[in-house]
Design a binder for this molecule. Structure first.
Ligand SMILES: [Zn+2]
Length: 301
């Protein structure tokens, strides 16, 4: 039973919006792409979990804190006798382990994901102890991409390869499990401890003044131009979109990028840039959002 489902992280949403506007550095773009790929991998794993029979509780994407240290859990499966801690990786291509160090076949060292899993397991164990739970934890590093291969993988390890996923789910289903109030209370406790405090995550430096304005195309992310009173057209792919839909999408992007900034008529007018008529913007805001205050300082939520 899914108790907490997965949603895109704030960080991923922000990077997605910034990438469209072309203001990320090469390193930030690569970080963004790996987050995007990681999220796709986690969703792929979620689909595998749909095959789990009743009798387990599934919590996806938890950000917890123990001893002033944050740790992120991709998937947590609570069964009657065991807690399964799953770290999901969507790595693609050939990798190699040599003396506990991980490399790409090209020879570049990458962070050892088993150490990351160990750290996470240790912190979760401590947290469960503080909460008064004594359920054994089994931690697994799961690779979901069929194009992944690991040379010199240890024979006995906590790694689940794409070809073993089906058997892993089967094994879980073969283990009889019945969750009780104790398990549900634990799941609820963990959800209540889940924090949205991503302040430790470093985001690119941007502000409303220096960010390129305009409405981006939903298909190719180029900027839209005016086509006629009711329609916009993409400079690159020529796809058209109605003014209302495009403006609403752009307002949502504004809210993701500037959650602290008030959506006033002038701000949204500047943000959209290509809509000549303030009246049009005002009508879209008034129809779809709630107006707070009156006059020039009023804003919409
Ligand atoms: Zn386009």
């Amino acid at each position: 039973m899914i108790i907490k489902s997965r949603i895109e992280s704030k960080q991923l949403n922000i990077l997605r919006c910034l990438d469209k506007r072309g203001i990320l550095t090469e390193k930030e773009v690569s970080n963004y792409h790996s987050l995007e790929k990681g999220f796709i991998g986690e969703q792929k794993f979620d689909r595998w979990l749909e095959g789990l029979s009743e009798g387990t509780l599934i919590l996806s994407d938890l950000l917890l804190e123990c001893n002033n240290t944050f740790f992120q859990i991709d998937s947590l499966i609570i069964s009657e006798t065991t807690i399964y801690l799953i770290e999901v990786k969507n790595y693609e291509g050939d990798f190699l382990i040599e003396k506990d160090k991980w490399y790409t076949v090209a020879g570049a060292e990458i962070k050892n994901p088993l150490l990351q899993l160990e750290r996470c397991e240790g912190l979760l164990r401590k947290l469960l102890h503080v909460l008064g739970y004594k359920i054994p934890i089994e931690a697994y590093l799961t690779f979901v991409n069929p194009e992944f291969h690991l040379y010199q993988a240890p024979l006995k390890s906590s790694i689940i390869f794409p070809t073993q996923l089906k058997r892993f789910i089967k094994k879980l289903n073969m283990t009889p499990s019945k969750v009780t109030t104790k398990h549900i209370n634990l799941a609820e406790k963990l959800i209540s401890l889940h924090t949205n405090n991503y302040s430790f995550i470093r985001l690119p430096d941007y502000n409303f003044e220096n960010i390129p304005k305009g409405i981006t195309c939903q298909y190719c992310h180029s900027y839209l131009n005016k086509h006629d009173t009711f329609t916009l057209v993409c400079k690159e792919c020529n796809k058209k979109e109605t003014v209302i839909v495009a403006v609403l999408r752009s307002i949502e992007e504004f809210k993701i990028l500037f959650p602290e900034k008030r959506a006033t008529l002038i701000t949204i007018y500047d943000w959209c840039k290509i809509i000549d008529s303030k009246k049009t913007i005002k009508r879209i805001l008034a129809t779809n959002y709630k107006q707070i205050g009156h006059g020039r300082s009023s804003y919409y939520i």
